[in-house]
Design a protein around this ligand. Sequence first.
Ligand code: ZN
Length: 191
Amino acid sequence: MEREDIIEIFTKTSAMLSGHFLLTSGKHSNRYFQCAQVLQHPQYTQELCRELATKFKNQGVETVIGPAMGGILVSYEVARAMGVRSLFTERVNGKMALRRNFTIQPGEKVLVVEDVITTGGSVAEVIDVVKSMGGEVVGVGVLVDRSNGKAKLGVRTEALLTVEVETYDPEHCPLCASGMPAVKPGSRQTV
Ligand code: ZN
């Protein structure tokens, strides 16, 4: 898949919006991602995850794992493409954990996946969970890296799409200066 094919899928499913957005942090931005919008379509999810899987072929991946919620579907589809099993981690009292009798064997080769990384925090926690069980992290695969190069995970990281998202303090927002109304993502109302 070419970069423009991937962008087309994210755009037509409204997973990637361009405009002028009011973020919950109070900052403004020129782009907004809601990966659930693309993951609601199994055919696109399958297409994207197949492509992500090809980046890690012949690496001996035995298991794919992702953090709940977004990572579950990505892990499942990447694992399907690779013909291996799929696990997910979830938070227990705020701490990332492997539950439901899921296990990882010492030396097992594990690929960590996620839908979108911003700081890479959740993915880093999943890597720790895998390592704590003796698993070997082969790499990290994400659909979208919007960390602007900030996520340093210490393992090979591949993204289908790397996108710069500019964020601004409202008082220094060039979009505000241009007079474009700011929109709260998920609502049609301007603010
Ligand atoms: Zn603004």
